[in-house]
Design a protein around this ligand. Structure first.
Ligand SMILES: Nc1ncnc2c1ncn2[C@@H]1O[C@H](COP(=O)(O)OP(=O)(O)OP(=O)(O)O)[C@@H](O)[C@H]1O
Length: 301
């Protein structure tokens, strides 16, 4: 090999500088438990500022993938890069630095049962910012609880005193404690009634827009996918077999994708979404025509 070719190969081998477009990049991940292969050659890019829904049949490895991305599961091979830093190669201090830039809502909330809601929210603040005063830490926790849609009284309640929906909101408040750039949500609407689930969807959407979050959202909830996800990643056959908008996925002829989105529940969610879109459109038209009626006539007629 001549010198130029060797130099070119070296350049190609250099890692891409992090330009912020893909805060999460997963390449060739293989996860195995015993002789059970969960992921084989799994790739995924998550775009900055999107809500990415992650779907797949039960046991296909959605939670294992999330745990791999946040460094709780070490893959047998492959690479995971978050915010430009390798998770798979991270030294301890780097790892801690990156951990403070994401928030996680685990299935079931994973709240400490012996701590109040506010104390739960304070846990990451104590860990990453031990220098801040008690007063400021209490104030931040209270603010995050309110931001998550809980009443102020909830701060002093214990998890056992909360409904399922309130527990999710408390878990969300804790996930938001450090003003994260990335939010990981594992089945956030599971176990909520349809009204509670829809409200939680809207809360996630509002927070994502207000706080400029990138959201990795594992769900089985078709309404959530239609209502708030920008794109959806489908896990099947041990890898991400497709990523795209729902119309893009519907154009694929993979049997699981077709059954999922075009089965009875998928069609019901699609119809519900169409009805919502029509209602929103009509409401916008009605508001605009009201505004038109009450506005002064620009021509002075
Ligand atoms: N620590 C572990 N040890 C052994 N097996 C595990 C471990 N964690 C997960 N698994 C197995 O890996 C597979 C994928 O699990 P995972 O929880 O990621 O599935 P999932 O797609 O999130 O499923 P669900 O939709 O039902 O929550 C399952 O068969 C599970 O039993």
């Amino acid at each position: 090999m001549d010198q130029d070719a060797a130099a070119a190969e070296q350049l190609i081998d250099l890692p891409d500088p992090f330009e912020g477009k893909y805060p999460i990049r997963v390449r060739g991940v293989r996860n195995v438990f015993g002789d059970h292969v969960i992921h084989e050659g799994l790739d995924l890019d998550v775009r900055r500022g999107e809500i990415l829904g992650v779907v797949g049949g039960s046991g296909t490895g959605k939670s294992v993938l999330m745990r791999t991305i946040i460094g709780l599961q070490i893959p047998e091979s492959g690479e995971v890069e978050v915010l430009g830093s390798s998770i798979t190669d991270a030294r301890d201090d780097e790892d801690i630095d990156i951990r403070s830039r994401w928030g996680v809502l685990f299935q079931g909330g994973a709240l400490f049962s012996t701590l109040t809601v506010a104390e739960n929210v304070e846990v990451p603040l104590r860990e990453f910012f031990p220098e801040i005063s008690d007063e400021l830490r209490h104030e931040i926790a209270r603010y995050k609880v309110l931001l998550s849609g809980l009443p102020a009284e909830a701060t002093s309640k214990y998890p056992s005193e909360l409904s399922g929906g309130m527990k999710k909101r408390a878990g969300l408040a804790r996930a938001l404690a450090l003003d994260p750039e990335l939010l990981f949500l594992d089945e956030p609407t599971a176990g909520l009634d349809p009204i509670g689930a829809a409200a939680f969807d809207q809360l996630i959407l509002k927070l994502q827009q207000t706080l400029d979050l990138t959201v990795f959202l594992i769900t089985h909830d078709l309404d959530t996918l239609y209502e708030i996800c920008d794109r959806v990643a489908v896990i099947a056959d041990k890898k991400v077999i497709a990523v795209g908008t729902i119309p893009e996925l519907l154009a694929l002829d993979h049997p699981w994708i077709q059954e999922y989105f075009n089965g009875p529940r998928g069609r019901a969610a699609q119809n519900a979404q169409e009805r919502h879109d029509t209602a929103r459109h009509e409401a916008t038209l009605a508001t605009n025509s009201d505004v038109g009626r009450s506005s002064p006539d620009p021509e002075g007629a």
